[in-house]
Ligand binder design. Structure first.
Ligand SMILES: [Zn+2]
Length: 82
């Protein structure tokens, strides 16, 4: 299973996060490494969302907890029928 898209792989391999707006190297905003910011243009992004062009793209790859629970429940119901 591949949880990371290409941009994320590159970031983890090189340790560099590139700004989606201007292409400069982004820095972590806090010591918990949760948020990235671009010193050049001020663009900010959640480290979790880095490499995703939109919220929709992120959500498509990471289903919400609710969706996962619904899926688990569907699976259980399926098994009860046997
Ligand atoms: Zn930038």
């Amino acid at each position: 299973m591949n949880f990371y898209n290409e941009k994320r792989w590159l970031a983890f391999e090189t340790g560099k996060f590139i700004c989606a707006k201007c292409g400069a190297e982004m820095k972590f905003e806090d010591k918990w490494e949760e948020h990235l910011y671009c010193p050049k243009c001020g663009y900010k992004v959640d480290a979790e969302h880095y490499g995703f062009d939109s919220e929709e793209e992120y959500e498509a790859l990471y289903p919400t907890l609710e969706e996962r629970l619904a899926r688990e429940k569907a699976k259980e119901t399926e098994e009860d029928k046997k």
